[in-house]
Write a protein that binds this ligand. Sequence first.
Ligand SMILES: [Zn+2]
Length: 545
Amino acid sequence: MPVTTEPLSQAGPPIIPTLYDTTLRDGTQQEGISLTVEDKLRVARTIDTLGVAFIEGGWPGANPKDTEFFKRAASGELVLQRAMLTAFGMTRRPNADPSTDPTLQALLAADTAAVCLVGKSDPLHVDVALRTRPAENLAMVASSIALLRAEGRRVLFDAEHFFDGYTRDPDYALAVLEAAAQSGAECVVLCDTNGGALPNRVQQVVARVAGLLADRVEIGVHVHNDTDCAVANSLVSIQSGARHVQGTMNGIGERCGNANLVSLIPNLKLKLGLNVVSDDDMRRLTHVAHEVAEVMNLTPNGHAPYVGHAAFAHKAGLHVSALARRADLYQHIEPERVGNSLRLLVSELAGRSTIVLKGRELGLDLEADRQATDRVLERVKDLEHVGYTFEAADASFELLVRAETGLLREYFRLESYRTIVERREDGQIVAEATVKVWVDDERLIGTGEGNGPVDALDQAFRAAVCDRLPQVTDLNLSDYKVRILDQGAGTGATTRVLIQSTDGEGEWDTVGVSSNVIEASWKAMEDAYSTGLRLATERDRASVR
Ligand SMILES: [Zn+2]
């Protein structure tokens, strides 16, 4: 495999950096994300399976939800197998007694073994935000950490706006780190809170700080992504002496997000040779990234490095035979190492070998059956001629191959459907649908309402089959795209509908084409249901075994 390992400059075996996940605290600052306590507990359990060292649960005392999260975690509702749960909070207020400071009291009440405390390291922020003197800020850092240490907590110190502070006044920024280290913080975390730094600057600063302090305290980094360099900045930090790195799942976070742990983990492990997680753990990466996104009601980014649906998708065409022989020539890692898989995109350019290879990817041996391969090729060409495209519709292509090779199992058969859209006098739009469908020799009828005819059709189908095919309740149509193909024809144009579906485990894409948008949608939905039902059946069979 073309894995490049750049050895670190230090002599001896490389020191493995510690991973610190702040999805549940910094990540949830992202616009539009709102998690229930239940969601937060689930996300924590999911991330725990990756083998990170710390999971930051939130800021107890800052909002009732986070306070409840820690309360329920402490009561035994959250048992992390591998990570240490961490509570986050701020240093005491200026000129206050740490032992009565409400923030510190809330942190102690959260009852976690470790605490991450944030404090100012930029003198301008001390002046403008805290409205206090630089010396008092140092005392706030020192006395807050000392109190937490006296209460038996492990303490990590987030030096907020460190890179800006270091640029403004390096001696003061370093004095803040010194105060934290001397008071018992085990790690000082240099934060690029504004996310405006570039890798060369981060490298200089981290190397300088590590040179001065690394023999006494661990150096960490926490960077935001406002220059789209958060992952790069984290990597150069590790290469410059940092031993602790903070980030979030899928890079979520305020503004442009935080360093993306989902990219950092394989970069550290596969590119820098630092075994931050085990091989088995990394094979869960795609699944964990998608599950966390789903719980947060975010559509997983298809083009995300390593874990995206398209991260290892190849337009076969000319390279197909070489791709079949040596897939590693066309991709930077084996996708299975991060739990992803290679995908071939079928297009009109496709020849026999693409079809054969695609069949192999789907677990179907087409090599032996030349006639079936030719039939598939003919069907693809005919369908592409009327507006189908299979490049972004793997699942529909698979159904086509199965149909031509006698491997198609029919879970249901449509008899008819009807949709009605009514615009009422008051302007309200109501859509209703009726679906008549056969499952084996049973005729089922369902009705549904929705905010549009396609939604109503989906509801009606589910209502019709849910008793006979209960697995449909796990299927979600996560994305729906409509494209008008021959614009010149106006409202009589051909419509292509692409649907992405998920059952929480996998995701698949289907396509439908018709001059009628409802019919195009139905075709794509029909393929989506068939695929989901097949996957559910295969999983049931595997779990029985
Ligand atoms: Zn942050």
